[in-house]
Design a protein around this ligand. Structure first.
Ligand code: SAM
Length: 282
């Protein structure tokens, strides 16, 4: 028997690689048309008409259209998948994997937090990595309304006119459904904590201690700022702050820039793919 084939590292890599392909459905590509995540298509009349037409016609009868799934699109998290447990794509999942392994190997203290979990895929990956590394002292915090994005309430003019809340048919995923997704992968246990509610209500008082990875995926200005205000001070030296929509949602980027300039944060922002960025607290 070849030792290289059965080393612990090789087995971890096989399992986590397979898991990421399942979570993104790149292993068994979806056959239904994913909703476009590209704002141009989502907000222009043609895109809206296509969405409106495709929903009732295609979804209820589960019509299968070959060729609808695009590997490049899914790799870069540019669509809203019909079935996959995450929309962040393989490039950002791979990057998250690297961050988790880095904090484990470098013993950066703290838990992992995602603000904006949708179907839970990114949190499922983080929990899986803890499991295969035998790490029992850290938790994954999954914060979400579990009912979609908030309707803009006038707190931040940058969110005026934001229409994410109108996509609740796709973006609102119940707590029960997310827990079922964890359970499907055998990863629902007390190392995962669900924080249900609006970030502005749940995050300031959540009993979270040190944070090693803070993943911001709430899309809007207010959602990003609420998470930064409540959680950034808890990120450990050496910890990561990952912003999923930095380049794809201007209001999210503005919140990050406003927060960084308010507190004089100069750690360089690094690119992950066309959308996600991160910085590391040194
Ligand atoms: C883009 S999705 C997250 C995608 C997810 N991270 C993944 O791996 O696919 C955004 C999520 O943020 C949640 N969300 C956005 N703003 C929120 C807020 N202010 N409070 C609570 N949940 C919020 C929505 O309910 C939604 O599930």
């Amino acid at each position: 028997m070849h030792t290289s084939l059965c080393s612990v590292d090789a087995i971890r890599a096989e399992y986590l690689g397979l898991l990421k392909k399942c979570l993104t459905r790149t292993l068994f590509p979806e056959s239904q048309i994913p909703a476009s995540r590209v704002p141009l298509l989502r907000h222009n009349p043609l895109g809206k008409a296509l969405r409106a037409l495709s929903r009732p016609l295609l979804h209820p009868i589960g019509l299968q259209l070959s060729g609808a799934y695009q590997q490049e699109t899914r790799a870069h998290g540019l669509d809203w998948p019909v079935e996959a447990e995450t929309m962040i794509g393989t490039v950002r999942l791979d990057h998250l994997h690297t961050c988790v392994v880095s904090v484990l190997e470098e013993r950066i203290s703290g838990d992992f937090v995602e603000a904006g979990v949708w179907r839970g895929g990114a949190c499922i990956l983080m929990r899986a990595i803890l499991k295969v590394y035998g790490e029992t002292g850290r938790r994954v915090w999954a914060a979400d309304s579990f009912e979609g994005l908030p309707k803009p309430d006038g707190r931040h003019r940058q969110d005026d006119g934001d229409r994410h809340w109108t996509y609740s048919d796709v973006l609102a995923v119940s707590l029960e459904d997310v827990q079922a997704a964890f359970a499907r992968y055998g990863l629902l246990d007390d190392q995962v904590v669900f924080l249900k509610g609006w970030f502005k209500d749940t995050l300031p008082t959540a009993p979270i201690g040190a944070i090693a990875i803070l993943r911001l995926d709430g899309d809007m200005y207010g959602s990003t700022m609420d998470a930064l205000d409540a959680l950034y001070p808890k990120v450990s030296p050496g910890g990561y702050v990952v912003v999923d929509d930095y380049h794809s949602v201007a209001a999210c980027r503005q919140a990050v820039q406003d927060y960084r300039s308010r507190y004089g944060i100069v750690h360089p922002i690094q690119q992950i793919d066309g959308s996600g960025t991160f910085w590391r607290i040194q």
